[in-house]
Write a protein that binds this ligand. Structure first.
Ligand code: BT5
Length: 287
């Protein structure tokens, strides 16, 4: 079902470029080449949300969900971000998937904020392989030249066997300019990188598995790991002038100084230092 036809997508009517379906055997070849092993991978042509699908399975049959079992899709019709905001992608143009990770007993839950930023670092490193200068934006984005190329949504699910965190990742791979859902978005193709999603996924998982394992094994000391150091180095938020929209509707304006041991953003304002546990960060243009 590739290419050619005029398609309704959101409010737009446009010609869809030809884009290949996700090819599972190609992914297996790429995984073998990179030494990546996943217990299983499912890639239906369409799903509402890969995160919601995984959450439903963890609820109904948690014992059957293996760590790092991948659920992806060629078209996510009801993808969402934080606070139920829409995550919008055209068919076959995005690397859209979720994986579950098991949180070891005793891992401090206030340190779970390291998971989305660690996943963001893994995405940024993967894109750098393709000469794309990507950076992590706190708390869950990957940016290139200030534009969002990837969004990450983590969700903690209690199960009888312990806490499982779903890591959901959407990377914009092959959007045309008129398919960008918001002017602040970008895509690999628009940056001149033609990359197969199978290759991208294998490459990303080869980083994600060891980085997340290191973070989860470090417990209270996660902020001292090599991964945490790399996350900081790749985080474009740090050192930037920022406006932070807090969940209650208040705003803070200041400079993002650092991450604290829990992965919270430390912002210095005229009246002192603030630790941000949740919120939307807007980078100042000059930063
Ligand atoms: C996010 O939320 O950025 C997290 C997005 C996570 C998507 C993945 S895909 C696999 C898994 N399954 C899901 O259902 N979700 C995850 P947030 O920080 O709240 O940003 C949402 C905002 O990003 C929207 O309000 C738009 O402004 C913008 N946006 C929507 N689609 C976008 C896209 N494709 N690229 C860039 N920005 C987009």
């Amino acid at each position: 079902m590739c290419g050619g036809a005029k398609t309704h997508y959101g409010d737009l009517v446009h010609s869809q470029p030809a884009r290949p379906d996700f090819d599972l055997s190609r992914f297996q070849d790429e995984s073998r080449r990179r030494g990546v092993s996943v217990p299983s991978i499912e890639w239906p042509p369409e799903l509402g949300s890969t995160n919601d699908e995984l959450a439903a399975r963890l609820e109904s049959s948690p014992g059957e969900v293996a760590e790092y079992a991948v659920i992806g899709t060629d078209f996510q019709s009801g993808g969402h971000g934080r606070l139920g905001r829409p995550w919008t992608v055209p068919p076959r143009a995005s690397l859209t998937f979720s994986v579950p990770v098991r949180v070891p007993p005793g891992f401090p839950v206030d340190r779970l904020g390291w998971l989305p930023i660690t996943a963001g670092w893994c995405v940024a490193e993967t894109l750098r392989e393709h000469e794309i200068a990507a950076g992590v934006k706190w708390p869950n984005d990957v940016l290139v030249d200030g534009k969002k190329i990837c969004g990450i949504l983590t969700r903690a699910c209690p199960t009888p066997g312990g806490l499982v965190v779903i890591i959901g990742i959407g990377v914009n791979v092959a959007f045309t300019a008129d398919e960008l859902p918001v002017p602040t978005a970008t895509s690999l193709s628009l940056l001149g990188a033609e990359v197969r999603r199978e290759e991208l996924l294998a490459s990303l998982l080869s980083r994600l598995q060891p980085a997340i394992a290191e973070v989860l094994a470090a417990g209270d000391l996660v902020h001292t790991t090599a991964t945490a150091r790399r996350v900081r180095e790749t985080m474009v938020t740090l050192g930037s002038s920022v406006r932070v929209e807090l969940p209650g509707g208040q705003e803070l304006v200041g400079r993002a100084r650092d991450l604290d041991p829990a992965g919270n953003l430390v912002v210095e304002t005229a009246d002192g230092e603030h630790r941000i546990t949740a919120g939307d960060v807007i980078h100042a243009r000059s930063a």
